[in-house]
Design a protein around this ligand. Structure first.
Ligand code: DGL
Length: 268
């Protein structure tokens, strides 16, 4: 007998922690009828300064976990894990829609060719070939300065996003560029959670992230696979994590609400 799995027909979404909630917010805004199973690996965050092979293997372990729960697609809501594992995951699971995220350089160029952009991301994202290949393709269209933000994702995981220490950290990374850049690519899914704090340092510059584009790609892939939930159905979001202290639901739900509000404001 074919036994129904607990999360049969859900879309699996994962990140090293709360960052992927900025992508989940775009997914649920676009597809309120879908059911999403979010896995945050907060016990192991951040990924950005771990060995590439470790992140690669962790992405496989989480994907297998999501698959055995019954998901119909996997969204890697993490630029770092996408860079480390998306190609191998697609090769290993040819029938599973696997959608990743990359720094939104193309969006920045399509809106403001010929300008200067900072690319904030983890050290690993900016070191791996996937990023270099993207930059090589676009370097004639705009000027990109990579800015590895070591420690920033881990600081965001701690919450208290209006804390003065976070402002000081951002001033350290960005202060020299105030008034000297035309926009910033947020190449880590944690960073759209602090758009307001980034603008406090840089002023009202355009900020680009891949969340909305990824959500559109997920919708396209589900349509193509014939598995998009019909409109009008009631969707939901379930949170799971590697945290062992029992605080998963509230921790993730609070960040998710914040991500939804931030995505709504940015879209205005
Ligand atoms: N949110 C992740 C990304 O998009 C990873 C941050 C981290 O864990 O270092 O790159």
């Amino acid at each position: 007998m074919n036994q129904e799995k607990e999360y049969q027909g859900y879309v699996g979404v994962f990140d090293s922690g709360v960052g992927g909630l900025s992508v989940l917010a775009e997914l649920t805004r676009l597809m309120p009828q879908e059911r999403f199973l979010y896995f945050g690996d907060s016990a192991n965050a951040p990924y950005g300064n771990k060995p590439e092979a470790w992140v690669h293997d962790r992405a496989f372990a989480i994907t297998e976990k999501l698959l055995s729960a019954g998901v119909k697609a996997v969204v890697i809501a993490c630029n770092t894990a996408t860079a480390a594992a998306v190609a191998d995951l697609r090769a290993a699971y040819p029938h599973l829609p696997v959608i990743g995220i990359e720094p939104a350089l193309k969006v920045a160029v399509s809106e403001h060719a010929g300008k200067h952009f900072l690319v904030m991301a983890t050290t690993m994202t900016l070191q791996l070939e996937k990023y270099h290949a993207l930059e090589r393709k676009l370097h004639e269209a705009a000027d990109f300065t990579p800015l590895p933000c070591r420690g920033l994702a881990a600081r965001i995981e701690k919450g208290d996003l209006d804390g003065e220490d976070l402002h000081e950290m951002l001033s350290g990374f960005l202060g020299d560029y105030a008034g000297k850049t035309d926009g910033v690519v947020l190449g880590c899914t944690h960073y759209p959670l602090i758009r307001k704090q980034i603008r406090r340092v840089l002023g009202d510059v355009p900020l680009y992230d891949g969340g909305a584009g990824t959500a559109r790609e997920v919708r396209r892939r589900l349509l193509e696979a014939g598995t998009l939930a019909p409109e009008g159905k009631e969707g939901c979001v379930v949170f799971r994590s590697s945290r062992t202290d029992g605080g998963t639901e509230k921790f993730y739900r609070d960040f998710y609400e914040l991500a939804l509000a931030a995505a709504g404001e940015e879209a205005l």
